[in-house]
Each structure stands twice: as C-alpha cells, then as structure tokens.
Design a protein around this ligand. Structure first.
Ligand code: AMP
Length: 184
C-alpha cells in the first residue's frame, strides 16, 4: 500500500512538472522545439519538487561534488548540492572561469563547442554527480564526463530534469546512472 501511494505521488509530481514545461517552437533557430523551464522556476512548489526528486536516488551515495553545466545546470545544481551536503563546481563556456582550467572541445551537428572546469575544483577519487536541465544528444554531458575524468573524479551519475529520449543521449552515458524526471 505504501509503495503504491508513493508511486502515485511520484507520478503526480512528474505530471505537475511536465505541465509547466513550455514548448517554444523555432528557438533559438528554426526546427528546434525549445523546452522552456522558466515556468517551473516561477512555481516554488514545482522547483522544490524538481530539486528534491533529482537528488533523491543519490541521497545515500556520499556524493562529494555536484558539477553543474552552464547555465541552467547551475540553477538545479546548487540546491541539489545543498541537499546532498556536497560542494558545487561549475562547468562553463570558454573564457568565463578566472583561474587555471582544463578545457574540452567536442563536436556539434555543425562545428564544435568547448567547456571548461577549474583544475583544482575536484580531487582525485571524489564522487561526482553531474547536473543539467536537459539531456538531448548527450554531447554536452559526455564532454563534461571527460572534464571530470581529466581531474580523476569518480562519476556516480547524472541528475537531469528533462530527457529528450528520441535523441538517445543516454546511449553515450551507458556506464552511468542517468536519472531524469520528465521524458519526451
Ligand atoms: P546535448 O549536448 O545535445 O545533449 O544538449 C544539451 C544541452 O543543450 C543542455 O545544456 C540543454 O540546456 C541544451 N538544449 C538542447 N536541446 C534543447 C532543447 N530542445 N530545449 C532546451 N534546451 C536544450
């Protein structure tokens, strides 16, 4: 009975959050349906539930560091780090982090992109949870994995609000526990 109640509550939570996510067609360019999370942020109940549910599978896993991916990964990453009692580390676009960085360049559909992390932000063998708002092709998440691995952090998993399952980003993160709340 308790399990059933818990499952139902969970389903209702996900539906509440899903209903708030807004589709914006042709943003930032034609053909893309942008998943706008700002209505979730505007609703404190939804924001609290999102953060709690994203953190939930990692509660007893002794996470040392939460890595948030610029920029919407910061919004969710900081409160998740607070819940888990972990530190927060930002992964940023090039040229934004002021101290010594590691950089990774990865392929996009057209061209390349880069991400950076502070060299001293993760110690060898620290347990890391990576957080972002959305998983699409998985390129950004995979690049972040490589940055964390360069610093010899131990990746425990991913906490993601939205997964575009049809883009199969999860395939690139096979060896990790990928936890997403709302799937399309
Ligand atoms: P990807 O590397 O393809 O998995 O893309 C993930 C990153 O791009 C995330 O940081 C997202 O914030 C952003 N992103 C990709 N597609 C969308 C979309 N349809 N709506 C909103 N954000 C997106």
């Amino acid at each position: 009975m308790w399990v059933l109640k818990h499952l139902l509550a969970n389903k209702l939570t996900m539906e509440y959050i899903r209903d708030l996510i807004r589709d914006v067609p042709d943003f930032p360019k034609k053909g893309i349906i942008f998943k706008d999370i700002t209505p979730v942020l505007s609703d404190i109940k939804a924001l609290r539930m999102s953060v709690k549910e994203m953190a939930s599978p990692f509660m007893n896993l002794d996470i040392d560091v939460v890595v948030g991916i610029e920029s919407r990964g910061f919004i969710f990453g900081v409160p998740i780090a607070d819940i888990l009692g972990a530190s927060f580390v930002p992964v940023r676009k090039p040229g934004k982090l002021p101290s010594k960085t590691e950089r990774i360049t990865y392929d996009l559909e057209y061209g390349t992109d880069s991400l950076e992390i502070h060299q001293d932000s993760i110690k060898k063998n620290q347990s890391v949870l990576i957080v972002d708002d959305l998983l699409a092709t998985g390129g950004t998440a995979e690049a972040t994995c490589k940055l964390v691995s360069k610093l010899e952090g131990k990746i425990i998993g991913f906490a993601i609000l939205i997964e575009l399952s049809f883009l199969k980003g999860r395939k690139r993160l096979k060896q990790y526990n990928v936890h997403s709340l709302v799937k399309y």
